[in-house]
Design a protein around this ligand. Structure first.
Ligand SMILES: Cc1cc2nc3c(=O)[nH]c(=O)nc-3n(C[C@H](O)[C@H](O)[C@H](O)COP(=O)(O)OP(=O)(O)OC[C@H]3O[C@@H](n4cnc5c(N)ncnc54)[C@H](O)[C@@H]3O)c2cc1C
Length: 560
């Protein structure tokens, strides 16, 4: 059996930052990642990272914006810590080698982002994630650690109530391996592929959330799913909020800048839940454009001029030209909302600790919660670094005290036997069919606007798919890069998570942030100012609730 003191699963920004912190604390660290680290979804982040730097902005404004953006579901103690860490974190990344765009006076350039009271989003053109990922990878590369690249976590191993290791599948050799660990940090990133229309990469299948849930960890606030207002139509490729931050307009088919109806003060720069609902409302009212891939609205950048559009939004130009066949310098971009981010995740505190000893989580896989019911753009890249570091430190501390894992070969066999059985079936369900049907169900019944009848139908369909998954069959018997097998593992994970989303959404009879119930259109602080916790039970997720932490900000109506 392979053994390490701290095993970090995931090598995006959160995982790499956690690994760096644990190595610096003197621990023997391994990183397990199903992708090469530089291919992690963090590298797709476009618009930027928030930090209140410079004299005009303030940490308090960043805190307030985040609390308000969360529709008062974010934990204020965690948000205060998070916003205070922002400035030092960005400076540290610059020292690690990230090259940020500059203002004419040489200071860090900042752009406006939705829901922010001040332009505080620091960026590297529209490739901020890649710039951060490369800087951090270069820094981590100067340390000693072991990388298991293209290894997929399939299960966490729990002994005597604490996490003592994991099982992973080495794609290249087609072998399952057991890795013993004193601490495991899950930094496995997004789960957006539960939906069909998503800006997330194909790898974003929520494996870490499912593994944690199976091991007995709580998943927190899973019903809060963020839809980004502007994605390209057919491909759902993201058009960054930075496009509106640079001054882009949204218009309907009547030529109106319709955001004046929904957010009279800040128009296109309202928070994402508000803008996404506005676009859907316009389209439902018949004021969208029609096309072969559905109805949509226009995002206009033409008035910004060729020089600005091509220098600040290089990738947006590329994507629009190659994937929508239009040139944003001279034509409007057709856009519609798509799933973008999970506010929910593995429940942790600000140190990345979960309810299971030895298990930590950070990044998009975790729910601290700082985003509450709606995340502000630019806060997620920051979250990966701030809480990645905290989780790495806490995992290192725990590893120093913990005894060696007590696992034996039988643990590996027990874990792998059900997966091996999928390959010995002579007939059964095709995982990719189940995945596609799940995505259609979630798009149709658990989207931006929700209601009881839709959620019940969504739940019925997800449960039927889960029952069919019991008979899943892997037809490809080859060992090397068996994507049929990994597809089946991921689909099983996503079906479990889909159920927690629908069950949480059905139970929450109010509208808050990204969770919008047409049958309960108001926020209900008396009953619902609380986090949803989902724990796995024999007959599906068992829900309980936990209080929201307050410091200084009384809940108010949210107006932009
Ligand atoms: C298109 C796009 C643009 C975005 N733009 C911005 C932005 O401008 N600003 C902002 O703040 N946020 C942005 N976000 C959100 C932000 O980028 C993500 O929330 C954040 O980067 C997630 O980082 P992470 O480290 O948690 O996960 P990731 O970077 O996704 O890394 C996850 C890691 O986990 C590994 N992994 C997953 N499953 C397994 C498994 N089973 N076994 C082993 N390894 C596994 C993967 O290999 C990967 O290394 C954007 C998101 C998208 C999709």
């Amino acid at each position: 059996m392979i053994r390490h003191e701290v095993v970090v699963v995931g090598a995006g920004l959160a995982g790499q930052r956690a690994a760096l912190a644990a190595v610096e604390a003197g621990r023997d660290v391994a990183v397990v990642s199903k992708l090469h680290p530089l291919r992690s979804h963090s590298g797709a982040a476009q618009g930027g990272i928030n930090a209140a730097v410079g004299a005009e902005d303030s940490v308090d404004t960043h805190i307030y914006d985040t609390v308000k953006g969360s529709d008062y579901l974010g934990d204020q103690d965690a948000i205060e810590f998070f916003c205070r860490e922002a400035g030092p974190t960005v400076v540290e990344m610059e020292h690690f080698g990230t090259i940020f765009s500059r203002a004419p006076d040489g200071s860090l350039a900042r752009r406006a982002f939705g829901g922010a009271g001040f332009p505080r989003t620091i960026y590297a053109a529209d490739r901020t994630g890649l710039a951060l990922l490369q800087g951090l990878w270069e820094r981590l590369g100067t340390e000693e650690f072991t990388l298991y690249s293209e290894w997929d976590l399939t299960e966490l191993l729990v002994r005597d109530g604490s996490v003592q290791g994991l099982v992973a599948f080495d794609r290249r050799r087609g072998e399952f391996e057991m890795i013993g660990a004193k601490s495991v940090v899950l930094a496995t990133g997004p789960a957006g592929r539960i939906y069909g229309h998503t800006t997330n990469a194909h790898s974003c299948t929520g494996d870490g959330l499912a593994a944690a849930y199976d091991a007995g960890a709580y998943l927190k606030d899973m019903e809060f799913v963020q839809f980004h207002p502007t994605a390209l139509l057919e491909s759902s490729i993201l058009i960054t909020e930075g496009a509106r931050g640079e001054g882009g307009y949204l218009r309907n088919s009547a030529g109106e800048r319709f955001m004046s109806r929904y957010a009279p003060h800040v128009l296109e720069l309202a928070s994402r839940d508000v803008v996404s609902r506005a676009i859907v409302t316009e389209v439902l009212a018949g004021r969208g454009f029609h096309g072969p891939y559905g109805d949509y609205v226009h995002l206009e950048l033409m008035h910004l001029g060729k020089e600005k559009v091509e220098s600040r939004l290089q990738e947006i130009c590329d994507y629009s030209r190659h994937f929508a066949g239009i040139d944003p310098v001279t034509e409007p971009i057709p856009v519609y909302p798509a799933q973008h981010y999970m506010m929910g995740g593995i429940g942790t505190n600000s140190r990345g600790e979960t309810n299971l000893p030895g298990l930590y989580a950070a990044g998009e896989a975790a729910c601290v919660s700082i985003h509450g019911a709606n995340r502000l753009g630019g806060n997620s890249l920051l979250e990966t670094l701030v809480f990645g570091k905290q989780a790495g430190l806490a995992a290192a501390e725990h590893a120093e005290r913990a005894t060696a894992p007590a696992l034996d070969a039988a643990d590996l066999d027990r874990s792998v036997a059900p997966i091996r059985a999928w390959s010995s079936r002579s007939d059964g369900e095709d995982p990719s069919t189940l995945r596609t049907e799940m995505q259609r169900t979630m798009d149709r019944y658990v989207g931006i606007y929700r209601n009881e009848a839709d959620l019940l139908e969504g739940l019925r369909q997800v449960r039927a798919l889960r029952a069919r998954f019991e008979r899943v069959r892997v037809v490809d018997r080859s060992r090397v890069f068996n994507l049929n097998l990994t597809d089946a593992v991921e689909t099983g994970h996503m079906l479990e998570l889909a159920e927690t989303i629908v069950v949480g959404a059905y139970a929450r009879t109010e509208s808050r942030g990204a969770h919008s119930r047409t049958d309960y259109p108001k926020r209900d602080d008396a009953r619902w100012m609380r986090h949803t916790l989902a724990k796995r039970a024999a007959d599906g997720p068992q829900l309980s609730y936990s209080p929201v932490a307050y410091t200084r900000w009384e809940p108010k109506e949210r107006v932009y």
